[in-house]
Design a binder for this molecule. Structure first.
Ligand SMILES: [Fe+2]
Length: 265
């Protein structure tokens, strides 16, 4: 299969690939995620990707976890995920983690609009800002059907370029720190430094983004960035763009994620 999605991801921040998994792969991955039925962030949602954890699990005789991790690593290999990540970063990359989690039907967003590799709240004295080039390319594989306002991961196209510029500006001390994790704070930091971002990102980028995300001010529904996807669809995205996990209103949602980041030195 074609592994060069770099151009699309660099341009939009996201690419969607239908039928990425075969029905048999969907079935097997679903069995694995259902085995733990772990919510997002739960320790049981993570699989083994490094040798140290492998020996810890072995000592604890967590054989199922080792077996499942092996299967998911084999899937990564057969789907050439490393190659896709390397094409994107144009560098050697490493797999940081694999998780698989289960989100029950509910009426609130799985996670609201935000950008990753960001900061929220007051600056602490010891905070060390991240190198803007350290971020994850996330491979997000749906194991259940999702749709608008039903568990899809929504993304504002092109917003990763702004996210990158914010991280870089703070890291290089070109603007002062203020929180920007949530969409509200993200809009505020670019509005407060409007001239700087307009100059660095070129005309219209900031204005277009502020118009597209005006729903955050007005409290309107923001489903125009939603989409339908069948089980087996994969989205690959730059986590520096503004995104959310919409509420799974119609069915429980299961996903598997592979996260890659570049090796900078
Ligand atoms: Fe996120």
């Amino acid at each position: 299969m074609d592994t060069n999605f770099a151009k699309t991801i660099k341009e939009n921040g996201i690419v969607k690939i239908k039928n990425f998994l075969t029905p048999e792969e969907i079935r097997r991955c679903s069995e694995i995620v259902k085995f733990y039925k772990a919510p997002k962030g739960d320790k049981n949602s993570f699989f083994v990707t490094n040798i140290k954890v492998f020996f810890i699990k072995l000592l604890k005789l967590e054989i199922n976890k080792l077996k499942h991790s092996y299967e998911l690593l084999q899937l990564k290999k057969s789907k050439k995920l490393d190659e896709i990540a390397q094409n994107f970063f144009n560098k050697k990359t490493k797999l940081s983690f694999i998780d698989g989690y289960f989100s029950k039907i509910e009426k609130k967003d799985i996670i609201p609009w935000h950008t990753d590799q960001a900061y929220s709240g007051e600056k602490k004295v010891e905070v060390k800002f991240n190198n803007p080039d350290t971020f994850y390319l996330k491979f997000f594989i749906y194991l259940t059907k999702v749709s608008s306002n039903n568990g899809c991961m929504s993304y504002i196209p092109g917003s990763h370029k702004i996210g990158y510029q914010i991280r870089k500006a703070i890291y290089c001390n070109e603007i002062s720190y203020q929180p920007y994790w949530s969409l509200r704070d993200f809009r505020k930091i670019i509005t407060d430094n409007y001239i700087y971002f307009n100059n660095t990102l070129g005309p219209n980028t900031i204005e277009d983004f502020l118009v597209k995300t005006n729903f955050d001010e007005t409290g309107q529904e923001s489903s125009q960035f939603d989409y339908d996807a069948e089980a087996g669809t994969m989205v690959i995205f730059d986590e520096g763009g503004v995104h959310r996990g919409s509420k799974p209103t119609l069915n429980d949602r299961m996903v598997i994620r592979y996260l890659f980041d570049p090796i900078l030195h």
